[in-house]
Design a protein around this ligand. Structure first.
Ligand code: COA
Length: 267
């Protein structure tokens, strides 16, 4: 049985009986907005409003919810994008209520996003993530099989979310090539295709504490500055993030190598 554990408590919540599906009405989309507020604690001005969820669904994006009975415990929001004449989906938000985390629900929501996208002819879903968030990086790269080779400096400016700790909102762009050998292999067997790591970029486990406390925030900023410069240099030289390692103390490490275009195609 898959269970999640609430931070700071011993409460266990099963995710086996949850229903994950597209949202079907305004009330369910309102529940997404409320969960967004709970998870990020943005000011009202920075919340993605109900209207945007409605528009996303109407123009070919995705509003997906995870439900425990009538209660929404997770959601994902994506919008369609276009680049070079090809359509893709940009996944803007993924959230899971605290008590339901670390039991595989985030991954399951993403897999439904993938199934729905493939059924509608998309080959790519992209999203951005904070390179200082060790858990998200691990989920995106190791559990879902995204790659990253683009970096944006301070994408949204400084936000009101405590998750961000008043740091610049630097972001990596995750590319999820839905039908690639890499992603197919990972979703089928749980293993990533091998590659030769040519560089690594470290994120210390203490980063969460440093970000959340104004007295230590400068240390988090120093890690961000150092890693930003390493990412920009590595990407400019043609390297790509292909792997992520965690050690027993919770430190994270991006592994970079050469992206092989052949991985985009099925065997
Ligand atoms: C990101 C989020 C949606 C993930 O949801 P989730 O249901 O906990 O995700 P999953 O359980 O599918 O996967 C998380 C993985 O990270 C692992 N993990 C947990 N804490 C970790 C940490 N500190 N460092 C590294 N990995 C960690 C989990 O063990 C799990 O891996 P496993 O299946 O091998 O055990 C959820 O944490 C969340 O809502 N966070 C706040 C909002 C956010 O940051 N959203 C993403 C950006 S838009």
């Amino acid at each position: 049985m898959a269970t999640g554990q609430a931070a700071g408590t011993r409460e266990q919540v099963s995710i086996d009986s949850l229903v994950i599906r597209k949202c079907q009405n305004l009330d369910e989309m309102r529940a997404c907005v409320a969960l967004q507020k709970e998870v990020w604690n943005f000011s009202d001005l920075e919340l993605v409003p109900l209207r945007m969820f409605v528009v996303a669904e109407k123009v070919g994006g995705q509003v997906i919810g995870a439900f425990a009975g009538n209660e929404m415990v997770g959601f994902a929001l994506s919008i369609p994008g276009a680049r070079g004449g090809r359509s893709y989906l940009h996944s803007h938000m993924l959230a899971v209520r605290k008590q339901y985390r670390n039991a595989g629900l985030g991954r399951r929501i993403k897999l439904l996003q993938r199934d729905d996208a493939i059924a509608r002819g998309f080959e790519l879903i992209e999203w951005t993530f904070d390179p200082l968030e060790i858990k998200n990086a691990y989920l995106n790269i190791e559990k879902l099989g995204t790659i990253a080779r683009r970096y944006t400096v301070n994408q949204y400016g400084i936000t009101t979310s405590p998750l961000q700790g008043s740091l610049p909102t630097d972001r990596l762009v995750a590319e999820w090539w839905l039908k690639s050998k890499r992603v197919e292999k990972l979703t089928r067997s749980g293993t990533n295709p091998g590659f030769i790591p040519l560089q690594s970029i470290q994120v210390p486990a203490q980063i969460y504490g440093w970000k959340s406390d104004p007295r230590t925030r400068q240390r988090a900023k120093e890690v961000q500055d150092r890693n930003r410069s390493e990412f920009l240099t590595a990407f400019a030289s043609g390297l790509c993030i292909l792997g992520y390692e965690r050690d027993p103390r919770g430190n994270g490490k991006f592994l970079l190598g050469k992206w092989d275009e052949n991985w985009l195609y099925k065997a």
